[in-house]
Design a protein around this ligand. Structure first.
Ligand code: FES
Length: 564
């Protein structure tokens, strides 16, 4: 039997030593906002409002909050919205990833501390959805993830553009002096045509698809653009669903199971999703004590082709995926590879939801017989340079560089790269391998998206578009190139990357999943002794907590004390 004292406004009373007085006081305060006793007896649905003027990806948050409230009230609940940290990629120094775990702690503790029977979390920009799902998984209060939705695409001289694959494409052309300052300024006006998240299959779109595949967001909810009526309807339905799961007590641990995570990884591979999706999904799973194995991901990748034709692996944008039926169109295609009995937030299984979706002719999601890329978008590499693994987004890499041996051109850190990469006297050739150290979880700190090293200007001018690039950092999901990321362990903690020198030979063989530094073990231990690595520390504050607690990429870059 349900204990009424564990519901609604009576949940989690503040401690004054007298339970009845605590409730009396709480009701007195909220009545100051004009609520009646009738309203205060309803199931309380929290709404995490991450609207922020620093976060244009969440610029539609006010409309979404209003629609969620409408859905909650139509279903007989009492909606109460509250703020948490909001993070935008371009407005977070030194990098948004540095703050993801802080946002997850904020989300977890505010859901736990405040009286709510269920919660709708409005997130969107890259780190916000992972942070919310990590927090909600730990708080284990019934929850629905609602994403803000993608931005619209713009147009520059008839060329359709969207953030931020096209930001990089045009910036590359500007660096190569193919277009001038005037034109790049005009492009700048068109790349982000409305509020909402990046319009390609970057990290935000990837995490929206993963949330839906996990079953924690409504079926069909990932793809509706931010400024559409469909997005508002998803918000209203999310509110109503939250009331239903408040009553049925459908907690995240029943949805976010090992099977659900396998489904999410299948989707990540088949959408040509962001490499960041691996780190975030690992971190969310880690909150539930579920270990995601990189070798298993790689094995799944060998049997899961990329089917979604979106940039940066393909050609379309999120609004096109929406018109093509959204994620259910892909899930129907992937059906033989999915755990169909995984439960979703609707109370029905993923298989039941797929069966109710409508099929029609479209050209954004390919059939198995005609994939965009024959394997999953992401491959896991191993070797003496990355004993704990590294990854490459093979679907967005240059096929000619997938098997490549070259001379290392080494940059010690991000500042060194910025100082020297465009120097005319930089000793670099097109078949060299660019190596960047110290941009891992502790190195930078926060593992910034600096793994997309720019092509040195002298080579860009010659028309070089891609080179093998290796680092212990991340890259934006909107970026493309032959780029090896997440080298683990990172150089700042004494991973082998720390001792790579200019002129060393490196061999990459993606088909064999190998990443080898062709330097002998004896030479490596000599270098280790001659140049010991000192891990970064901080005297106080969040940075101290971060540096002392952050895990490596293979554990999701979560704090060790937050994992289950
Ligand atoms: Fe927010 Fe791309 S910057 S989703």
């Amino acid at each position: 039997m349900t204990d009424d004292k564990d519901k609604g406004l009576e949940k989690g009373l503040t401690s004054y030593g007298d339970r009845d007085f605590s409730l009396f006081l709480r009701k007195a305060f909220i009545k100051g906002a004009g609520y009646t006793d009738d309203a205060l007896t309803r199931p309380v649905i929290g709404i995490v409002n991450t609207g922020s003027a620093f976060n244009p990806c969440h610029g539609n948050a006010p409309q979404l909050v209003e629609a969620v409230k409408r859905g909650v009230m139509l279903a007989g609940g009492l909606p109460v919205d509250f703020p948490t940290i909001s993070i935008h990629e371009s407005f977070a120094h030194p990098t948004s990833m540095y703050l993801r775990n802080l946002m997850s702690m904020d989300t977890e503790e505010m859901i736990r501390a405040q009286p709510m029977d269920a919660v709708v979390m409005i997130g969107g920009c890259d780190k916000t959805v992972p942070a919310q799902l990590m927090g909600a998984a730990s708080a284990n209060v019934p929850c629905v993830q609602l994403v803000t939705g993608s931005m619209l695409t713009g147009s520059h001289r008839g060329d359709r553009v969207g953030a931020c694959t096209d930001c990089r494409r045009y910036w590359g052309r500007y660096r190569a002096e193919e277009i001038d300052a005037d034109e790049i300024a005009r492009v700048n006006d068109q790349l982000v045509a409305s509020v909402g998240t990046c319009s390609v299959m970057g990290t935000a779109s990837t995490m929206a698809c993963i949330a839906e595949a996990l079953g924690i967001a409504l079926p069909g909810s990932a793809s509706a653009p931010a400024v559409t009526a469909d997005r508002i309807r998803v918000a209203e339905r999310s509110g109503a669903t939250a009331v239903a799961i408040a009553k049925s007590k459908l907690t995240p641990d029943r949805i976010l199971t090992a099977k659900a995570f396998e489904n999410a990884l299948r989707v990540l591979l088949a959408i040509g999703g962001s490499t960041n999706g691996v780190i975030h999904t690992t971190a969310i799973a880690g909150r539930l004590g579920i270990h995601l194995d990189l070798d298993r991901l790689d094995a799944m990748g060998r049997e899961t082709p990329v089917l979604v034709d979106l940039k940066p692996s393909g050609q379309h944008y999120m609004e096109d995926l929406h018109r093509a039926g959204g994620l259910p169109t892909l899930l129907r295609e992937l059906k033989p590879l999915l755990h169909l009995d995984a439960l979703t937030v609707t109370g029905r299984t993923l298989g039941e939801e797929i069966d109710t979706s409508e099929a029609f002719a479209q050209n954004v999601v390919r059939p198995f017989s005609n994939p965009i890329y024959p394997q999953g978008g992401i491959a896991v590499l191993r070797g003496n340079l990355a004993p704990g693994g590294a990854i490459i987004k093979q679907s967005a890499a240059d096929p000619k560089l997938m098997k490549h041996e070259g001379r290392a051109v080494v940059f010690e850190n991000a500042e060194d790269l910025a100082r020297r990469v465009d120097a005319d006297d930089l000793d670099v050739k097109a078949d060299d391998i660019l190596v960047l150290k110290n941009i891992g979880p502790k190195g930078a700190p926060g593992m910034p998206e600096a793994g997309y090293l720019p092509i040195p200007k002298k080579l860009a001018r010659q028309g070089v578009k891609d080179m093998v690039r290796i680092s212990d950092g991340r890259m934006s999901g909107t970026a493309a190139g032959t780029i090896v990321l997440h080298v683990t362990p990172e150089s700042a903690t004494g991973g082998p990357l720390a001792w790579v020198r200019n002129g060393d030979r490196i061999r990459l063989d993606v088909a064999k999943r190998e990443l080898e530094l062709m330097v002998s073990d004896t030479e490596m231990s000599k270098r280790r002794q001659a140049q010991p690595v000192r891990e970064p520390t901080a005297p106080r504050g969040y940075l101290k907590l971060f540096l002392e607690s952050v895990t490596q990429a293979d554990q999701g870059v979560d704090f060790n004390f937050l994992r289950k």
